[in-house]
Write a protein that binds this ligand. Sequence first.
Ligand SMILES: C[S@@+](CC[C@H](N)C(=O)[O-])C[C@H]1O[C@@H](n2cnc3c(N)ncnc32)[C@H](O)[C@@H]1O
Length: 464
Amino acid sequence: MSATRVALGDAEFARLRELLSRTAGLVFDDSRRESMGYSIGERLRATGIADVASYLEEVERAGSAERQRLLDEVTIQETHFFRNPPQMRALRVHVLPELIRHADANGRRLRIWSAGCSTGEEPYTIAMMLRELLPSTAGWDVKVIATDISENALRAARAATYGSRAVQLATAAEVARFFVAQSGGRWTVRPEVRELVELRHHNLVRDAPPEPVLDLVLCRNVTIYFSRETTRELMGRLHRSLRDGGYLLLGHSETLWQVSEDFRLVALGSGDSAAFVYRRLDEPAAERRAILPDRRTLQELPLPPERRVAARRARSRVELPRQERVETAEAIPLSSVRDALAAGRYADAARLARLAADADPLRSEVHYLLGRALVDSGDDAEALPALRRAVYLDPEAGLAHFLLAGALARCGDRAAAAREYRAAAQTLARGADGDAHELGGRSARELAALCAQLEGQLSAGSER
Ligand SMILES: C[S@@+](CC[C@H](N)C(=O)[O-])C[C@H]1O[C@@H](n2cnc3c(N)ncnc32)[C@H](O)[C@@H]1O
């Protein structure tokens, strides 16, 4: 049966928003009113409750079981195995081996928390990696605690059987090793993986962390639905529950910038395959820098073979200072990237920017310049990761938001493009006037107005 949408009036929508924000931290802006109308329509049909007013009374009632059904209906469960390959690589190559070494020397106890685990793909992925790195857990106390607010999601996680789309980022060897094939192209996670995972119902906004001392927390693609204040409080709790040296992984569009200064941002890997992770590193406050590249870690990780060849080729084609060629960003002055851009030598600009990004992956401007070089050479899809990194590292980078918006629009992602134009309009309006050439001869204020207009056009187009 197709779902029927109910039209939510202003007061009804406000009551729902208040309830969801108070009980689960979820923030719904006006753009979600229509989808919320479908969710409520579906719940009216399922419960037989006659109208929205009576439904609201029911879910607002203390102890209402229907409130859980509503949360199941409105939460977004999008996830898959091995999501975010650079993070997966960083986990496999660096984070998990280091945690295992630490645990080995400290009582062989390892606690990992997948917070907002959805239907289970994320915690099972971690358990698969643990099985690879630690084939026998005899004598070890290893647990991946996986929690979510949605009962529906946890039910699916317990069943641990998935369609082919969920496993598309797993290699054939991983599928063969960790799944049992079912009829109809479905896959069940093997028992030796499942036994490492403990699934629990948990509300990140209201409940204490499920364990007092954790080595690693994955809280990916969860806080995007929270307000900054809710996220700030949650990050405080996560920080307190991680041990010194513990890791926190967020989703690729989530950042602690202006949210928490408790963690240190660390880049693992290099260039396009770098992953950004946060760490709790206890040290005297005076010595702490909020954002600091961990160069030892960067050097520990070898480039994958194809990147090494690419880097060698790139190095042989460009003029670089003698000796220790790509050790620091200073080895590739950003002015040389800008000069190449100004001269229309986009391939050179991209090559130089890549080398600079390899040397200094935490600098937003480097990724912005790489994105610009790729956009200027007509390669929007290639430019997206670089521009996303630029805005991740510096959410106030107005020009990077602007370029990212254009690239997204040309790649057909109108909703994301509208969001980026909005961010560009806001950040450009706040920022100082920049280089007139980069602003296309306009003032920052004029470009901000143009971005607001483009956002309006895209949003209107997607509503039609
Ligand atoms: C988009 S999924 C992310 C799944 C997985 N972490 C990933 O990145 O693939 C977001 C999950 O957060 C859960 N969630 C939302 N609000 C929550 C809360 N207050 N407490 C616990 N889980 C919550 C949702 O039910 C949903 O399963």
